[in-house]
Design a protein around this ligand. Structure first.
Ligand SMILES: [Zn+2]
Length: 69
């Protein structure tokens, strides 16, 4: 599975960050512009979709040590 979502401001490919809510413990996906998060930042909470994307992006999850707020 490949996502090729581009930032509408600068045209960079958006980062796909599998995340977990500290409050509810639910998984969600954060999409944000790698250049400037003010360009675009989006959150996807649909459970089935999130799980499919997270399983397809295990490599991203493993290499991203960045803490997501
Ligand atoms: Zn941008």
């Amino acid at each position: 599975m490949s996502l090729s979502l581009k930032c509408p401001i600068c045209g960079q490919s958006l980062e796909v960050l599998p995340s977990k809510s500290a409050k509810s413990g639910k998984d969600f996906i954060q999409l944000k512009c790698p250049v400037d998060a003010r360009h675009i930042r989006a959150f996807i909470h649909d459970r089935d979709f999130v799980e499919s994307v997270i399983s397809g992006h295990a490599a991203i999850q493993a290499t991203s040590g960045e803490k997501v707020n």
